[in-house]
Design a protein around this ligand. Structure first.
Ligand SMILES: Nc1ncnc2c1ncn2[C@@H]1O[C@H](COP(=O)(O)OP(=O)(O)OP(=O)(O)O)[C@@H](O)[C@H]1O
Length: 660
């Protein structure tokens, strides 16, 4: 009992410890209740008349401890039940297992390398991953919104990837409007979410939009991972209040992990699951929590926010003198499974299982076949969405177009108006190398935009909406027109300023080589970003690989002098080498250059050629010097296309094999 009283007094002690905690607690803001009654009509598509209860029984999650390498339990014998229309708060200090429980309930990887045992039940029947995905949605802590889309477009696209093609256009529009209205976003309907360059929605509006766009699939169970993270208490209340009203009105089951809610936000929940180090401290109705803790000897001090009281009680990070949190937590977690509240919970779960058995197939969800979007339409929807993003968000292609135009002006003025004399042969070669290599190198600027897309894809995939093939195809197709524009603009500026062969065919062939070079470079960036999906790492690896391709392309060291290792291991898979050779042939195949000197004094020719006697050098002699054949163009185009396909297929396979 000493333990318990010390626990209580320490909580009381905090009130008088001069830290000002009590004042903070009592000044908990009660924000004005947002008028959510503007739209009283229920949205029939949202109504949950399918999942009456969602429960879990003896759920355990074990990992291999990072330090000791022994099995470590990070969620221990968790039980719970939530009924239709109820909202559950999973609460606990940092590292207590909130996300682990939420993930285990949603059949997601609970933690890296974790083993999960126990049952997740809907209507008393065990529910598997596929069925749960169809009936639920998961809103992650970090939203996966696309910054350059408007609120309306965000919900519209979410509807397009999720809704069956049999849903009429009118119904789709209705649903989109309805969800925007439900979450109070009508006025922001045409506002963009926000990019680093252009401000859009506020933090709270973004959270509301994130939830609204997940509700488009009509989930009956909604998992929310810290839906109020990053928001102040007034905004947290506002966001949760919206969710609460929608959930109540449509009988949804909401399961949310939440960190330190204010008392007004806390009161919005119906049930509480309190965790400490993976063990349950309490599970039950919010309004019975204080009574339970009082019954085991922990009395809430006067005028204290209950949520803060619970967290202070079990937070092992807040150890103060005379405050033995460890033994208090041990006492609380020891008491829980022996309590009548826990026995009642167990009985409720068993009853739901027994009811399911006696009702036969009545509550069986496996008979429900939700409508799904046509898989062929998904790449088109994704391509449309990426297209909007690509032309609206300057970070995707806009900055690169400006950057490449800058490079074109730079090159055009540095290699300005080269002539057909032998002195300019080397500068021509340098310009070709610099152009192909640097254009490819600058594709690293695509890393951030691609990682943002990948992030969105991962979230949509985890919700069972989008597969890796649709994502890969859409990403590839949308890039092509932009890369062609870049190649064309670059060539238009640089080609004529530099003074390459002045024929239309040569100009278009040059543009084609630059285009292929860019598509290959972007495909490389995609592969590297999929493999190393951390911004700085992807950037560094893509830059390094570009350096490698420059080194082995046959310009810095001619092919016949290149060390066999680099030549056989890398040169033949170097797309830059083929683009370089193609552009070299384009420039030198049909052109003739003047040697130095005059006929009477004798000519000085840098490259030996059959025209030396008349003071000329055939361009083909230059190509010969580099070991570049005259008739390889078609093969090189084929090889670059094969390399592009290789990068794309590898990126697709990595995505396919890498589960979330
Ligand atoms: N391999 C492992 N070895 C040791 N501990 C691990 C391992 N994997 C996960 N954990 C621990 O499991 C605990 C549960 O993590 P979880 O993310 O579920 O906590 P949380 O309550 O959601 O925390 P937060 O509020 O900080 O997000 C953490 O303390 C984490 O360090």
């Amino acid at each position: 009992m000493t333990n318990k009283s010390s626990g209580t007094s320490s909580i009381n002690g905090e009130k008088s410890d001069g830290l000002g905690n009590s004042q903070h607690r009592t000044s908990d803001p009660s924000p004005p209740i947002v008028d959510l009654e503007l739209n009283r009509v229920r949205s029939f598509h949202l109504i949950n008349d399918v999942v009456h209860s969602f429960a879990w029984n003896q759920l355990n999650v074990q990992v291999k401890d990072r330090k000791t390498k022994r099995p470590l339990s990070i969620l221990d014998s968790s039980n719970g039940i939530v009924h239709a229309g109820e909202m559950l708060a999973i609460m606990g200090p940092s590292g207590s297992g909130k996300t682990t429980l939420l993930n285990a309930l949603a059949h997601r990887a609970a933690a890296a390398g974790a083993t999960t045992t126990g049952n997740v039940l809907a209507n008393g029947h065990i529910i598997g991953l596929q069925k749960l995905r169809e009936l639920s949605s998961y809103v992650e802590q970090e939203d996966a919104l696309i910054g350059s889309l408007t609120v309306r477009e965000t919900v519209q696209f979410a509807a397009s990837v999720a809704l069956s093609s049999t849903t009429s256009k009118r119904k789709r529009v209705q649903r989109v409007d309805d969800l925007i209205a439900r979450f109070g976003l009508q006025e922001q309907s045409h506002t963009i979410v926000g990019t680093p360059i252009k401000k859009g929605l506020s933090g709270g509006q973004k959270k509301r939009l994130g939830v609204a766009s997940r509700l488009v699939t009509d989930p009956k169970v909604l998992f929310l991972d810290e839906p109020t993270s990053g928001l102040d208490s007034a905004l947290s209340f506002e966001v949760m209040n919206y969710i609460k009203v929608v959930a109540k009105r449509h009988n949804l089951i909401i399961i949310a992990s939440i960190h330190q809610p204010s008392s007004s936000t806390f009161k919005l929940f119906d049930k509480l699951c309190l965790l400490s180090k993976g063990k349950t401290c309490y599970f039950g109705p919010i309004d019975q929590g204080l009574g339970y803790f009082s019954s085991i000897g922990y009395q809430i001090p006067f005028e204290t926010n209950p949520a803060e009281f619970y967290l202070d009680l079990i937070n092992t990070d807040l150890i103060r003198e005379g405050n033995d949190v460890f033994s208090r937590v041990q006492d609380i977690t020891h008491n829980w499974p022996r309590s009548s509240t826990a026995s009642q919970l167990q009985k409720d779960i068993e009853k739901s299982i027994a009811d399911a058995k006696s009702a036969g197939n009545v509550f069986d969800l496996s008979n429900i076949k939700p409508q799904k979007a046509n898989p062929w339409s998904i790449p088109v929807v994704l391509a449309h969405r990426s297209w909007i993003k690509a032309y609206r968000d300057i970070v995707v292609y806009g900055i690169r177009i400006i950057m490449y135009l800058g490079l074109a002006i730079l090159m055009g003025t540095i290699f300005l108006r080269l002539k057909g004399t032998q002195d300019d042969i080397q500068p021509f070669i340098n310009a070709i190398f610099f152009g192909s290599a640097f254009m490819s190198f600058m594709a690293v600027a695509y890393v951030p935009a691609f990682l943002e897309d990948l992030h969105t894809f991962n979230k949509e995939r985890a919700n069972g909406l989008v597969g890796p093939l649709a994502f890969s195809v859409a990403n590839f197709i949308v890039g092509l027109p932009f890369l062609f524009i870049i190649a064309f603009l670059f060539s238009l500026v640089a080609y004529f300023l530099i003074g390459f062969q002045q024929t239309g065919t040569a100009f278009f062939k040059f543009t084609l080589w630059i285009f292929l070079d860019l598509v290959a470079a972007e495909s490389l960036v995609v592969l590297v970003s999929v493999l190393f999906n951390i911004f700085v790492v992807a950037l560094a690896v893509a830059a390094l690989v570009n350096g490698l391709w420059m080194g082995v392309s046959g310009f810095l060291v001619p092919l016949n002098g290149l060390n066999p290792f680099w030549k056989y291991a890398f040169h033949y898979i170097d797309y830059q080498a083929y683009a370089f050779q193609g552009m070299m042939v384009n420039e030198f195949k049909d052109r003739v250059y003047d040697c130095a000197g005059l006929a009477q004094d004798g000519y000085h020719c840098m490259f030996s050629s059959d025209l030396n006697a008349v003071g000329k050098i055939r361009g083909s002699a230059v190509l010969e010097n580099f070991g570049i054949g005259l008739s390889g163009e078609k093969v090189w185009v084929g090889l670059i296309i094969a390399i592009i396909a290789g990068y794309r297929i590898l990126a697709y396979l990595v995505l396919r094999l890498r589960k979330n």
